[in-house]
Design a protein around this ligand. Structure first.
Ligand SMILES: [Ca+2]
Ligand SMILES: [Ca+2]
Length: 218
């Protein structure tokens, strides 16, 4: 008995290599069982790995990875790829179901009015840590998650005034301070709060402003 998948591989493999050479490719996203056709009607089976600019990286069924221009695929497939997102890895058990995956980490918002220190402890007990924002893309994700909420982040200058560090000890080099911040109000503002809209402010440990905090799992 011949299984369907071996038939399809046999049918396709004779012209996979010429197809790659000419970038005349079409792929199916094997996990979804979708078949894709290129503009010249040639096919190859594989899985989309990533999209960078106008190039698509495919992992073919013969385990070869190829990079092809998106415009070599049919218009329908181009449209599909423009909304394609990589599948997140399996969510670890300690990460809540509503957490958002971004670039290797998971994030959630905990609504709980508490001090920065207690928030950091809570995040640790949840198996994570208060969130760090080290680049613009992560900032955009967390800003959207926060909506109108004021939330604690995992950064402080509690050791040395104005020497800002994330709680992993890494010096902060990318900032999103709000205008006039950090102002070290009362000489005791050493903890970072993300205001609604995404800008940062330094606050004192017991400030009543934040309504919760971000937890991050890596
Ligand atoms: Ca300070
Ligand atoms: Ca401040």
């Amino acid at each position: 008995m011949i299984r369907f998948d071996s038939v399809s591989q046999r049918l396709i493999s004779p012209f996979i290599f010429p197809a790659i050479a000419l970038s005349f490719l079409l792929c199916s996203q094997s996990g979804l069982g979708r078949t894709w056709t290129n503009q010249n009607g040639l096919t190859a089976e594989g899985t989309v790995v990533k999209i960078e600019g106008k190039k698509v990286t495919l992992l073919l069924n013969n385990d070869k990875e190829v990079k092809i221009p998106i415009n070599s695929l049919s218009l329908d497939d181009q449209q599909y790829l423009s909304t394609w997102k990589p599948k997140p890895p399996k969510r670890p058990i300690e990460v809540p179901a509503d957490a958002i995956y971004h670039n290797g980490s998971w994030y959630t918002v905990v609504i709980e009015k508490t001090t920065w220190k207690k928030a950091a402890e809570r995040a640790g007990k949840m198996g994570g840590h208060l969130a760090w924002i080290k680049d613009e893309a992560t900032h955009a994700v967390l800003t959207e998650m926060a909506g109108p909420l004021h939330l604690w982040l995992g950064g402080s200058d509690e050791e040395v005034e104005d020497l800002w560090k994330w709680t992993d000890g890494e010096p902060i080099t990318w900032f999103q301070w709000d205008r006039g911040e950090p102002n070290n109000g009362g000489r005791r503002e050493h903890y970072i709060q993300m205001r609604a809209g995404g800008k940062w402010n330094d606050l004192s440990m017991n400030s009543p402003t934040p309504v919760g905090f971000f937890v991050q799992w890596d």
